[in-house]
Design a protein around this ligand. Structure first.
Ligand SMILES: Nc1ncnc2c1ncn2[C@@H]1O[C@H](COP(=O)(O)OP(=O)(O)OP(=O)(O)O)[C@@H](O)[C@H]1O
Ligand SMILES: [Mg+2]
Length: 251
């Protein structure tokens, strides 16, 4: 489903290299977790997949169902079914969350050639999805992410994800700053969407999240490359021993 091949990325403005030949495949139906020390390039990978401008791919490719996404615009990636949840979701003052959700859903439906939702249809879908996530309609009237607590931002992201029904989701640090209840909400949100034709890439520092979202594969990112891959037991091993052994083995 997602094939990242020998990906080399640098900061567009400077010559700073961040990703150095990253290889990673995630199959349909698979939940892959990426772990790795601070500064290893995890968020950079999610930004490059999202098409953020500050980064330049100097070598390699990212294929989504066999097609390169690197030349695709941000909205084309979304329409193709790629969803990205960031470590620090952007605040959009002046745009009520409801309006944002409706615009996002309809833009995607339009590019896919589906009819736009009418307002009553849309409200019905949002109420249902928000209810499942414990999000109040009052919160959805507020500007997107503006003044939302960390946990509320994450809930809002999961709501977007469940409404957009993407094919492939990349989630960065979904567990940072989440209280135990919110962590469960996020995990349930992901688990509810798990399906044989949908893949996930979950970036996390903690085994804790992976107790709730049990990954099929775990990959260690270090210095811009995947240096080890394994099953869910790899996350446990890292939690217990840290990264030193894995890094030493790769050197
Ligand atoms: N715009 C930029 N200019 C210069 N350096 C950058 C820029 N963006 C990222 N970097 C550097 O790239 C490296 C990788 O950053 P990245 O945010 O991808 O790490 P990360 O693995 O997500 O770390 P964390 O676990 O702390 O979230 C870091 O050393 C960071 O300082
Ligand atoms: Mg990061």
């Amino acid at each position: 489903m997602i094939e990242i091949k020998n990906l080399h990325v640098k900061i567009a403005e400077t010559e700073t290299k961040i990703l150095n030949g990253l290889d990673l495949t995630v199959n349909a139906g698979e939940v892959a977790a990426i772990m790795g020390p601070n500064g290893s390039g995890k968020s950079t990978l999610s930004y490059v997949m999202a098409g953020k401008k500050d980064y330049e791919v100097t070598e390699g490719d990212i294929l989504f169902n066999g097609e390169s996404i690197l030349e695709m615009k941000v909205d084309e990636r979304a329409a193709a079914g790629l969803f990205l949840a960031f470590q620090y979701p952007v605040e959009i003052p002046g745009v009520p969350t409801m309006n944002f959700l409706k615009a996002a859903m309809n833009a995607q439906r339009k590019t896919r050639g589906d009819a736009e939702y009418t307002t009553p249809e849309f409200i019905k879908r949002v109420k249902e999805a928000a209810g499942n996530l414990g999000i109040s309609m009052d919160m959805l009237k507020r500007s997107l992410n503006t003044g939302f607590s960390g946990g509320e931002k994450k809930r809002a992201e999961i709501l977007q994800m469940s409404l957009l029904e993407p094919k492939f989701c990349v989630m960065d640090e979904t567990d940072s700053g989440l209280d135990i209840d919110a962590l469960k909400v996020v995990a349930d949100g992901v688990n509810n969407l798990r399906s044989p034709d949908r893949g996930f890439l979950i970036i996390t520092h903690y085994q804790r999240l992976l107790e709730h979202i049990v990954p099929d594969t775990v990959h260690v990112l270090y210095d811009g490359r995947i240096i080890q891959s394994g099953g869910k037991e790899l996350a446990l091993q890292l939690e217990e021993h840290g990264y030193a052994d894995v890094i030493a083995n790769a050197a």
